[in-house]
Design a protein around this ligand. Structure first.
Ligand SMILES: C[S@@+](CC[C@H](N)C(=O)[O-])C[C@H]1O[C@@H](n2cnc3c(N)ncnc32)[C@H](O)[C@@H]1O
Length: 389
């Protein structure tokens, strides 16, 4: 016979726990004349059996049920599934901790966060020490703060020699310009890159153009073009962020943004940039959209990660109206324009592949080019020409 303190020591439980077992009638003590509780060898074994059942994840109440009746396989299966879910949840927690520690990739986490809490994601990256430009690049490009620096090095190496940083062409820029109903005197171009569209606009108009981008190396290339084309008096550049445009309100007749509004989000861009426009001024922007109601699974998967805010043309149309603008025209950029973007991009990525081995940036670029080649037509860039009321 064992006193309660002896039983507690033997099975590694507290007195309180054993008293609770007794309250649930899982064990039952005999009383000595002096009132002390004593337990039999049978009670020791009963506690050990319960402890084994608890290892399968049962609560004490479930243990009791298990001891008193035949095993119910449905209940067991239910518990089994619950436990499996708990384990995979714990595995996810472990993976997240490991990625936050920098031991592992943080890509899946950044992709999720960027989709479900885009503003909080950027703010948090800034607290981690990224400036706005790099935070946006984590969001759109590397998607992995641990590998970001290496990723951007490779990414910029690919793009530094390429003229186009997005699907844009003289033909489409000219077509969009021709749809404006008045001659602009002041144009602000946002996210101009190396400025191919800037030069087209400057040649088409008599406007004063300010071209902004947050990448100084791209603006340096545009500066060279401005010199070559003798456009010093009409075109100037400024390195600044599209999220903090430092200009007077009601200043511009046209805001031009080819393949760049998505960076801060089209809806936010439309809301924020409008105040810089004179009344009846135009916002002209191009954006990646679905061109079919039934895109293939691989396109869906790809853009879910790379541009979760991709919309149909109709959704963008209603967002433009909701922003208080009037949509005047819209058209899809030509396949030729796409080719002039991704053919040189693919060539450059292939050239660098042997030099940049195991590069995530190269692999992402190649995947994207393959998707363009196989699925173009399901998605595309769409120009929107909208007027301030
Ligand atoms: C996809 S590229 C398009 C470039 C150019 N419009 C074209 O069509 O070739 C996006 C451009 O936006 C610029 N960019 C990214 N974040 C920016 C920001 N926060 N403010 C201003 N420009 C930004 C990039 O440096 C890049 O030149």
């Amino acid at each position: 016979m064992y006193r309660i303190s002896e039983l507690a020591k033997l099975v590694g439980l507290s007195r309180t726990a054993l008293l609770y077992y007794e309250k649930l009638s899982l064990i039952s003590a005999k009383r000595l004349e002096n009132g002390y509780r004593v337990y039999s060898e049978r009670d020791v074994q009963q506690v050990r059996l319960i402890q084994q059942l608890q290892k399968a994840g049962f609560t004490l109440a479930e243990c009791k049920h298990c001891l008193e009746s035949k095993l119910d396989k449905t209940v067991l299966r239910l518990r089994y599934n619950e436990l499996k879910d708990e384990i995979s949840q714990k595995e996810r927690s472990l993976a997240l901790l490991s990625s936050l520690l920098g031991d592992d990739t943080s890509k899946p986490w950044h992709i999720t966060l960027s989709e479900i809490a885009p503003d909080a994601h950027i703010d948090w990256l800034k607290i981690q020490g990224f400036d706005e430009k790099q935070a946006l690049r984590v969001k759109w490009l590397s998607k992995d703060m641990n590998e970001h620096e290496k990723y951007m090095q490779d990414f910029m190496k690919v793009f530094e020699t390429l003229e186009l940083w997005g699907p844009s062409s003289k033909e489409d820029t000219s077509k969009a310009y021709s749809l404006l109903t008045s001659h602009p005197a002041h144009i602000l171009e946002i996210g101009c890159g190396k400025g191919n569209s800037t030069i087209t606009l400057a040649n088409l108009s008599k406007a004063k153009i300010i071209a902004i981008d947050n990448e100084q190396s791209a603006l340096a290339q545009l500066q060279l073009k401005i010199k070559q084309h003798n456009l010093k008096d009409s075109v100037s550049t400024q390195c600044m962020s599209m999220t903090e445009l430092n200009f007077d309100t009601d200043k511009f007749d046209v805001i031009w943004a080819e393949a760049s509004a998505y960076i801060m989000g089209v809806e936010k861009a439309l809301a924020n940039w409008q105040s810089l426009l004179k009344s009846h001024g135009f916002i002209v922007f191009s954006d990646l959209v679905w061109l079919t109601d039934n895109p293939s699974q691989d396109s869906i998967e790809h853009w879910k990660n790379d541009y979760p805010d991709i919309q149909t043309i109709n959704t963008r149309k209603s967002q433009i109206e909701q922003a208080g603008l009037e949509l005047k025209h819209t058209f899809t950029v030509s396949e030729q324009t796409w080719q002039s973007y991704y053919v040189p991009l693919e060539k450059r990525a292939n050239e660098l592949a042997s030099q940049l081995v195991n590069s995530q940036a190269i692999s992402d670029i190649k995947n994207e080019v393959n998707l363009y080649k196989s699925r173009l037509g399901e998605f595309g860039y769409q120009f929107f020409i909208a007027q301030k009321k």
